[in-house]
Design a protein around this ligand. Structure first.
Ligand code: GAP
Length: 475
C-alpha cells in the first residue's frame, strides 16, 4: 500500500475511532491485535446493515427462514465438518521473514523464467490443495531445486480454530469457538423442516459471531480474529444447483450494489483454490483502499456437510423424495458474507475529506442517526417547545437526536462527521409560519419545509421498500 493509501486508511481509522464507530478492543490495556469494538454509532450502523440483509434474505421471501444457533457446539461438529483436519494455514519462514504460503509461491513465481511460469503455476495450484506440511515441503523443494532457487526455508501449520475448555464438576472437556455459522444451520436442518414444514428448495439464514485465529490480521477490520457473518444455506434438489448458484450470485451482487458505492468497485472472481467443503465457488470482490479483495463468498457445498454429519452422528439427514420414492441428500448453495467487511467497504468509499470538514457520506438508509433536531436558540421557550414537539413526533419513526449544545456551525460539523443525512433547524421564523430548515449533509444546502410535511419528506428519503419489491421475486 503506498503512502497516499496508507494515509487514507489512517484517516478512516482515526475518524471512526474519534466519532464512536470503531475502537480498538481493550484499549486501556494496550489493545489486542485483530479485535475491535463497535461504538455507539458503529453499532447503530451495523444493526442497519443487518436489518437490510435480514429483510432482503429472510423477511420478504417465503422460501427462506431465519435461525440463531449457538457459538459453542459439540466438538464432533468440527470433526464431521472437516474443520478439525483441514482448517489450517501454512506459513513459510525464510531467513527472518514470515510469509503466507500463497504469498511465498508468488515470490517464487516471480523468480522463475517466463517460459516455465505457466506450468509451475499449475503445480502451485495443486500444491495449495495439499494437506500435509511434509508433502508441501517435498514438492516445493523439488521445484526450487530444478530451477536453481533457494531451499532453506521452514514451513509451519497453524490451526485456525480457537480451542476452549468446558469444565463440569465431574470432568473436563473441550470444544472450539465456531469458525463459521454455517454448521449450526446444517445440524438443525431436520429441526427446522419439522417445525416449519419448509420444502426443498428452501434456505436457512443466520447472523452471528465467528472466530478464527488469524495470524496476519491487517487492514483494520478487513481480517480480524472475531467477526460477524451473515450466512444462508440454500438446500436444492441435486441437478438444480447451477440454476441456484447463478441466482444467488446475481442476487447477492444486486444487494451489494444498492449501497451505491460505485459499480466499478465490485467484481466476481471464480475460485481456483477451494476450501475443503466446496465443489465450486466464487467471491464477490470489492476494491477497498487499494486493491480488489474478498467481500462475500458464494459456494456450492454439494452434500459434503449433510453427508458427513449423517455419517458421524448416525442421525438421518436425508430427505424423502415423494416423486422418485427415495431418500436423497439435498445439495447446498451457500452465501457467506462478513458483516465487518461490508462495514469496511462502506467506510472506504464514504469518507470525504474537504478543507473544512471530514465526514462519512454514508448511504442514507444505513446512517446511524437519520435526523438531528437543532433548536437555533436554546433560551427561547417557543423555539424549544416546537423543537421538542418535532423530536417527539419523529422519534418513533426514525433514529434521531436532539442537540442544543454548542454553536449551530459546530453542531452541523458533528452531525456531518457521523454521517447524519439531515439536520432540522428551528428558528424564529418557525414561530411565525410553522416552517423549519432542512440541511442536507452532502451539499450543505438548506430548504424550508412546513413542519407538518416533515414526516412525509423523511419517509420518502429513507424508504427502501421499492428495492425489495423490485428485486425479490420468489422463484
Ligand atoms: N461458511 C463459509 C465461510 O465461512 P469463508 O470464505 O471462510 O467461508 C466467508 O468466509 C466470509 O466471511 C468472507 O467472504 C468474509 O466476508 C468473512 N470473513 C472470513 N474470515 C474473516 C475474518 N477473519 N475477518 C473478517 N471477515 C471474515
Amino acid at each position: 500500500m503506498n503512502n497516499l493509501k496508507k494515509d487514507k486508511l489512517n484517516k478512516i481509522i482515526n475518524h471512526a475511532r474519534l466519532y464512536g464507530f470503531i475502537y480498538n478492543s481493550s484499549e486501556i490495556y494496550n489493545g489486542i491485535k485483530g479485535v475491535y469494538d463497535y461504538g455507539p454509532y458503529g453499532v447503530e450502523m451495523k444493526n442497519n446493515i443487518k436489518l437490510f440483509w435480514w429483510e432482503y434474505m429472510v423477511r420478504y421471501r417465503d422460501n427462506i427462514v431465519g435461525i440463531d444457533t449457538s457459538i459453542l457446539m459439540n466438538k464432533n461438529v468440527w470433526k464431521s465438518s472437516g474443520h478439525y483436519n483441514n482448517f489450517n494455514e501454512y506459513f513459510i519462514k525464510k531467513d527472518t521473514k514470515i510469509y503466507k504460503l500463497e504469498k511465498f509461491l508468488i515470490l517464487i513465481l516471480n523468480k522463475i523464467k517466463p517460459r516455465y511460469k505457466k506450468n509451475i503455476k499449475k503445480k502451485f495450484i495443486k500444491l495449495l490443495n495439499l494437506k500435509k506440511e511434509k508433502k508441501i515441503k517435498k514438492k516445493l523443494n523439488k521445484i526450487l531445486k530444478k530451477h536453481n532457487l533457494f531451499n532453506n526455508f521452514r514451513i509451519k501449520k497453524i490451526t485456525l480454530m480457537f480451542k476452549t475448555k468446558i469444565n463440569t464438576l465431574k470432568n473436563k472437556s473441550f470444544t472450539y469457538l465456531r469458525p463459521e455459522t454455517a454448521q449450526g444451520i446444517f445440524i438443525n436442518l431436520k429441526n427446522v423442516i419439522n417445525s416449519t414444514r419448509m420444502k426443498i428448495p428452501f434456505g436457512i439464514a443466520q447472523i452471528g459471531k465467528s472466530f478464527r485465529n488469524e495470524i496476519i490480521t491487517k487492514e483494520f477490520i478487513f481480517r480480524t480474529k472475531e467477526f460477524e457473518q451473515m450466512e444462508m444455506q440454500f438446500f436444492v434438489y441435486p441437478g438444480e444447483e447451477n440454476f441456484w448458484y447463478k441466482y444467488w450470485l446475481r442476487s447477492r451482487l444486486i444487494w451489494h450494489k444498492f449501497f451505491k458505492l460505485g459499480k466499478q468497485y465490485y467484481k466476481i472472481k471464480t475460485h481456483k483454490k477451494l476450501s475443503h467443503y466446496t465443489t465450486y465457488a466464487s467471491d464477490i470482490e470489492f476494491k477497498y483502499i487499494n486493491k480488489f479483495k474478498e467481500l462475500e463468498g458464494i459456494h456450492f457445498r454439494k452434500d459434503f456437510d449433510l453427508k458427513n454429519h449423517q455419517k458421524y452422528s448416525k442421525k438421518k439427514l436425508t430427505i424423502y423424495d415423494l416423486k422418485n420414492k427415495k431418500e436423497y441428500y439435498p445439495y447446498v448453495i451457500e452465501t457467506s458474507l462478513g458483516l465487518d467487511r461490508v462495514f469496511y467497504s462502506i467506510l472506504c468509499k464514504s469518507i470525504i475529506i474537504e478543507k473544512k470538514r471530514i465526514f462519512f457520506k454514508l448511504p442514507k438508509f444505513i446512517a446511524p442517526i437519520k435526523i438531528a433536531i437543532l433548536p437555533l436558540i436554546k433560551i427561547n421557550n417557543q423555539i424549544v417547545n416546537i423543537s421538542k414537539k418535532i423530536f417527539d413526533d419523529l422519534k418513533y419513526q426514525f433514529n434521531i437526536v436532539y442537540d442544543d449544545k454548542h454553536s449551530i456551525g459546530k453542531r452541523y460539523r458533528i452531525q456531518d462527521a457521523i454521517g447524519t443525512p439531515f439536520c432540522v433547524t428551528i428558528d424564529k421564523t418557525s414561530i411565525l409560519n410553522e416552517t423549519v430548515t432542512i440541511r442536507n449533509r452532502d451539499d450543505m444546502k438548506q430548504i424550508r419545509c412546513k413542519i407538518d410535511s416533515l414526516y412525509n419528506f423523511f419517509k420518502k428519503e429513507f424508504d427502501i421498500s421499492f428495492f425489495f419489491k423490485k428485486y425479490i421475486k420468489n422463484v
